[in-house]
Design a protein around this ligand. Structure first.
Ligand code: FES
Length: 127
């Protein structure tokens, strides 16, 4: 059974943008919002060379990495062909306008508090 951690409201995530959840271990998690308000979460690390996907451009149900423009799909966390590679995907629960992530997947009860930064604002998973 999942232990969900409420992180924010859907409207706290920029439409066609992302926020980041910082973790002490395992790397940050990027939470994306599509044009039709679907929410997805991926490790904030492009499978190519580690670019910050939270700083990428969201279109459809994908994000274009800001470094070399690989397209990473939200459904499977994998790069669109001809590129090859996948990034960790995280389960997202949206209830009403509340966005939660699976605490077991986050595995970061001691996440680091941080301030908004750049295009993708950060959040604290340990709120
Ligand atoms: S690091 Fe993302 S496309 Fe190269």
């Amino acid at each position: 059974m999942s232990d969900w951690k409420m992180l924010c409201r859907v409207q706290d995530i920029p439409k066609l943008g992302a926020r980041r959840v910082t973790r002490k271990v395992g790397g940050d998690v990027a939470i994306f919002r599509t044009a039709d308000d679907k929410v997805f979460a991926l490790l904030d690390k492009c499978p190519h060379k580690g670019g910050p996907l939270s700083q990428g451009i969201v279109f459809g149900e994908s994000v274009a990495c800001p470094l070399h423009n690989w397209t990473i799909g939200f459904g499977d966390g994998c790069a669109a062909a001809p590129d090859v590679g996948c990034v960790q995907k995280f389960s997202v629960l949206v209830e009403g306008d509340t966005v939660s992530l699976d605490l077991n997947e986050l595995n970061a009860p001691d996440a680091v508090a941080s301030e908004p930064e750049g295009v993708g604002a950060k959040m604290n998973a340990a709120a």
